[in-house]
Ligand binder design. Structure first.
Ligand SMILES: *Cc1c(COP(=O)(O)O)cnc(C)c1O
Length: 348
């Protein structure tokens, strides 16, 4: 058992990122209280939005720290999780030379970010029960692989990945391991934020876009060692989370009871949908889910998708995705929305 894993960030960071001097804003250079701010070329009118927001979002981070049980130096907030997905690649992968590893099928943004950064994206196919093929994954690691992106619960399959396999990757792979927990609140599994202290190469991603019901405000969270967070802070846009988002996110996180109530409703509806879908003749199989969506094998997915569109109901057609032939990905909605879906499926 590896008790104290070592991670030498200076050996893994791209040299130009390690050496660069970050932009220093007016907000970075003066800390403290004052009554006259003439340092940032802001307009003196239209308060409070005339002022640049806190580039480090400390007030919001303190709230996130309290809700998530992670210290604030271990948090990076971003413009959705899409931002940290990209920042990690820019910090650790040399364009034209390095690669990342991910699973297939999984969330599409890892490959998109890799393409933009000219980083090769190697995909290791999941087993038929949508689990990590551990020998294949470990085999795919070579000197170019700088980061492994795992998504659990996984999108679009909905299941959680085996804890033992993820622990094995964290223990045996020396580079960055990203665990995307966008759907963790819908699952009964514990978050990897609890083992941040054990794995200095771990980055956990969460978001306000799903369980917190705030995809529109764009707030993603990355949790990692203070060293990794400091490196990502160097390369993020200085004001990457705007003032309105910082305020709204704070308000949402203060009201955990509301989130829990919505979550309970969604989980109730998920169970009902699973049960009702199973009894429909056109449904061949329902895959287990730990997320707020269900992957459903309906056979002729293109046809069913089109029929649902004609009735004004939009689901995600995953028919052309690895291991998902015949499948639709259905998000759990309100009772009324789910009833509309079920009624439509009954009469197609
Ligand atoms: C929805 C989703 C996210 C959220 O992305 P945001 O940019 O925070 O909205 C992240 N990862 C996965 C796997 C998702 O499905």
């Amino acid at each position: 058992m590896n008790i104290e894993k070592k991670f030498d960030i200076s050996a893994w960071a791209r040299p130009n990122i390690r050496e660069m001097k970050p932009y220093s804003s007016a907000r970075d250079e003066f800390h403290g209280s004052a009554s006259v701010f003439l340092d940032a070329n802001e307009n003196p009118y239209n308060a409070p939005y005339n002022r640049y927001p806190d580039p480090m979002q400390w007030r919001l981070k303190e709230k996130v720290a309290e809700v998530k049980g992670v210290s604030k130096e271990c948090i990076l907030l971003g413009n959705g999780s899409d931002e940290p997905i990209d920042l990690i690649m820019r910090a650790f992968c040399e364009p034209g030379r390095d690669s990342i590893l991910t699973l297939d099928p999984t969330y599409g943004m890892y490959e998109v970010a890799a393409s933009i950064n000219q980083v090769a994206c190697r995909k290791v196919r999941l087993t038929p029960d949508f689990q990590i093929d551990l020998p294949a994954l470990m085999n795919a690691i070579d000197g170019t692989v700088r980061a492994i992106y795992l998504c659990s619960p996984n999108n679009p399959t909905g299941n959680s990945l085996d804890r033992e396999s993820m622990d094995y990757v964290l223990e045996h792979y020396e580079g960055i391991v990203v665990i995307d927990e966008a759907y963790i609140d819908f699952s009964t599994r514990s978050s990897f934020t609890q083992v941040l202290g054990k794995y200095p190469n771990l980055v956990v991603l969460q978001t306000l876009s799903k369980a917190w019901g705030a995809a529109g405000i764009r707030l993603g969270m990355a949790f990692a060692s203070p060293e990794i967070i400091a490196l990502l802070n160097k390369i993020k846009y200085p004001y990457n989370v705007n003032q309105l988002t910082q305020e709204k996110a704070f308000e949402l996180l203060e009201n955990q009871a509301q989130m829990q109530a919505q979550l309970a409703q969604i989980l109730f509806e998920r169970a009902r949908l699973q049960k009702e879908l199973t009894s429909l003749p056109l449904v061949r199989k329902i895959y287990p889910t730990d997320a707020n969506f269900i992957l459903v094998d309906v056979g002729d997915a293109d046809y069913i998708y089109q029929k649902l569109v004609e009735r004004g109901i939009i689901v995600r057609n995953r028919n052309r995705v690895t291991l998902c032939v015949g499948c639709l990905r259905i998000t759990v909605g309100t009772k009324e929305e789910n009833d509309a879906l079920l009624n439509a499926l009954k009469t197609i």
